[in-house]
Design a protein around this ligand. Structure first.
Ligand SMILES: Cc1ncc(COP(=O)(O)O)c(C=O)c1O
Length: 445
């Protein structure tokens, strides 16, 4: 007989530590099985996974083609050290070169390690030390990647590693330069040039930015942001590193989110959607020029599990699922519907200040007052209203990620309109409850 969920949860809580939480307040769901966009808990409840777990399980849960590839690789060869050549490793490297237009991949176990290695490679290649990053960013929880992040999760590890310089973000809803789309002259890029001047262009190895910022507010940049940033990097011989850990692999309807803007970075880091989370894997994908450099110069880096055959086999299968099942096309179609629905919510509910989206990568930003834009919860904090919204969504067994004054909608790319609508209607019920708490009646459609 299966053990009761309460026992499983208790054992987890007694003997394991949960991330980013005061342990006594952690309240895990006991997940027992899953399929597509759904998972089940130990009490038999069926949940809609509206955040693809950690915005990574892009092909949905338990996809048979990925499972089969993993099983086949396990039977054939479970492990080979990182200095060995294997079939899945080579195949994956070739595929990544094809879909990104870059040259070679160095494999890691996840996103944080990918960013650590990307920063190291940039420093080796340029002979410069500093890395420019943005305040509203998350690059991973290891020491270097955490320091590179602007996210408040970096505060406990400060001062972190030396050489990180942070700049402001293309956050149009709350422009740090006080501009509106009409008055804006892309100060979000031009101030980076000023920072470069002040720091000394010869000291800066790279600008590291999330393709589209994820867990710090889903900040979709203006269309000309990336071309301008690319030009700035070229002007000063600075590498452009884009962290596509969250925004890559179909999340926005393309392999890389920067492909929407027609630019090619020098280095791309990725993880999450690379295997859809079925096996741990990250990658640093570098340009031909950087790959050529390491033909003659030492690559000072390595990991026991770099190029793990089972992870690489899972990734190869996962990437072919995107293509064979036309998941990026589905992302575009469902993404259009999602965008319409989010815009309608913004019109209808007083608490919805802004909605931002690209493909199936989206967020609602909540406010107390649309005119003043006062956030519904403070930066790095929460509020009774946000708890009400998150609590309502959870009570209806929709699993959606919320943080500060934002709620994300990032379902697996296999979602259909009916499933999407189910989750959105639950969110709408929650928004109506928040408007009631704020005393702002819901406007008619
Ligand atoms: C943009 C971005 N970069 C890096 C990471 C870190 O990846 P990992 O948790 O696999 O180390 C994350 C994780 O959420 C992320 O969202």
């Amino acid at each position: 007989m299966e053990r009761p969920s309460s026992e499983v949860i208790q054992e987890n809580r007694d003997y394991t530590l949960f991330s980013w939480s005061v342990q006594s307040t952690s309240n895990p769901i006991h997940m027992t099985h899953a399929q597509g966009v759904w998972f089940w808990d130990g009490d038999g409840n069926k949940w809609l996974d509206f955040s693809s777990q950690l915005i990574n399980i892009n092909v949905g849960h338990q996809h048979p083609k990925v499972l089969e590839a993993i099983k086949k690789q396990v039977d054939e060869l479970c492990f080979a050290g990182p200095s060995f050549a294997t079939e899945p490793r080579g195949k994956l490297g070739k595929k990544l070169a094809e879909v990104t237009g870059l040259a070679k991949s160095f494999f890691t176990l996840g996103g944080a390690e990918a960013n650590e290695n990307a920063m190291k490679m940039a420093r080796l290649f340029t002979g410069r030390d500093k890395i420019i990053t943005r305040y509203r960013s998350y690059h991973g929880a290891t020491m270097g990647s955490m320091t590179a992040s602007g996210d408040p999760r970096r505060w406990p590890v400060e001062p972190g590693i030396p050489g990180i310089v942070r700049v402001f973000d293309p956050y149009c809803y709350r422009c740090p330069f006080g501009k509106t789309p009409d008055s804006c002259r892309r100060e979000c890029v031009s101030h980076i040039e000023e920072v470069i001047q002040m720091e000394g262009p010869h000291t800066i190895a790279a600008i590291l930015v999330e393709g589209i910022t994820g867990s710090n507010g889903l900040l979709v940049p203006p269309d000309d942001y990336y071309p301008k940033l690319r030009a700035l990097c070229d002007k000063y011989g600075i590498l452009l590193i884009t962290d596509e850990v969250m925004s890559g692999f179909g999340r926005t309807g393309k392999w890389l989110s920067t492909q929407h803007y027609g630019v090619k970075p020098d280095i791309v880091t990725c993880a999450k959607g690379l295997t859809s989370g079925y096996m741990p894997l990250g990658a640093v994908i570098v340009s031909q020029e950087i790959a050529d450099y390491f033909e003659k110069n030492m690559l000072w880096g390595g990991l026991t599990y770099s190029g793990h055959p089972v992870s690489c086999a899972a990734a190869v299968a996962n990437l072919s699922v995107y293509e064979e099942e036309h998941l990026f096309e589905n992302t575009e179609v469902q993404g259009r519907y999602l965008a319409e629905r989010l815009e309608a919510m913004k019109r209808k509910y007083a608490c919805v200040g802004d909605v931002r989206y690209k493909g199936l990568f989206s967020v609602l930003e909540l406010v107390r007052d649309k005119a003043t834009k006062e956030p519904l919860a403070p930066f790095n904090g929460t509020s009774p209203e946000m708890q009400k919204l998150a609590g309502h969504v959870k009570s209806k067994h929709v699993y959606a990620f919320s943080r500060f004054n934002m709620l994300w909608v990032c379902p697996p790319l296999v979602i259909n309109q009916e499933e999407l609508e189910h989750g959105l209607s639950v969110i709408e019920e929650g928004l109506a409850l928040v408007d009631q708490m704020l005393g702002t009646p819901v406007a008619a459609d």
